[in-house]
Ligand binder design. Structure first.
Ligand SMILES: [Fe+2]
Length: 242
């Protein structure tokens, strides 16, 4: 990579009613103040079902009109977790239609070579770790000459796919802990690696993972854990600043 590229990493809107849509709208307004080369959305667009598709599509379209926007699905967006645990949709098709109809490119176990300002990046978007579709990574996470950016909703993916070649993983899912108790940390975070729930982490073999606290939440609760949109600067040598 010759010159820095700027990426907005946004996740976990959890749109399930008027309050959460206003949070989405605030996030979009914040994004619009920051010029970026592309946007990565890393899942959980709703908690269970989108209440107002037209209103949501307007916000999503504002994101895709700001910059090239790529998206993956989270555990709440459909699949094995939603159908077996929460009685939700067994597939992601409804949200795929909404995202694509809003001008967003959806990745679900797919990979593309992206050219941004004459620089090539390999972008891989994985199905969620709990979706029942997390298979065949060896067909996606291949060695190559370009920097490799992987979108994976659950940051435990960094361990699940550690043996494969990639440089930077973008994840959400944790909501930064959502409830953070001083001196104790985040007691309710739904990941195996409870030491890495928010921020940028160096990993073995020159890999990095960025875990955003996201925009929305579950059950309307956030304590000592601010929502965010993250602006990442990808610079030569695969180092990351934000
Ligand atoms: Fe989430």
């Amino acid at each position: 990579m010759q010159i820095p590229l700027t990426c907005a990493h946004i996740s976990d809107f959890h749109y399930d009613g008027p309050y959460s849509l206003s949070c989405v709208e605030q996030a979009v307004a914040l994004l619009q103040r920051h010029p970026v080369d592309f946007v990565c959305l890393t899942g959980d667009y709703t908690s269970r079902k989108v209440p107002d598709e037209q209103a949501y599509s307007e916000s999503l379209r504002a994101i895709s009109q700001h910059a090239l926007t790529m998206a993956i699905f989270g555990n709440h967006d459909g699949g094995a977790y939603m159908s077996s645990v929460r009685g939700g949709p067994s597939t992601t098709e409804a949200l795929r239609k909404l995202l694509e109809g809003s001008g967003i490119t959806v990745f679900e176990n797919t990979r593309e070579t992206l050219t941004v300002r004459k620089q090539e990046l390999e972008i891989t978007g994985l199905a969620d770790l709990w979706s029942g579709k997390n298979f065949l990574p060896w067909k996606l996470l291949l060695p190559g000459k370009n920097p490799s950016l992987v979108m994976a909703h659950n940051p435990d993916s960094k361990d699940f796919y550690a043996r494969y070649p990639w440089d930077l993983m973008l994840s959400g899912h944790t909501h930064g802990g959502q409830v953070v108790i001083p001196g104790m940390g985040a007691p309710f975070v739904p990941v195996q690696d409870t030491k890495r729930v928010y921020g940028l982490f160096d990993l073995p073999n020159s890999k990095q993972v960025h875990i955003t606290s996201g925009v929305g939440n579950l059950r309307g609760i956030r304590i000592n854990c601010r929502p965010e949109i993250a602006i990442l600067k990808l610079v030569p040598g695969t180092q990351l600043e934000y």
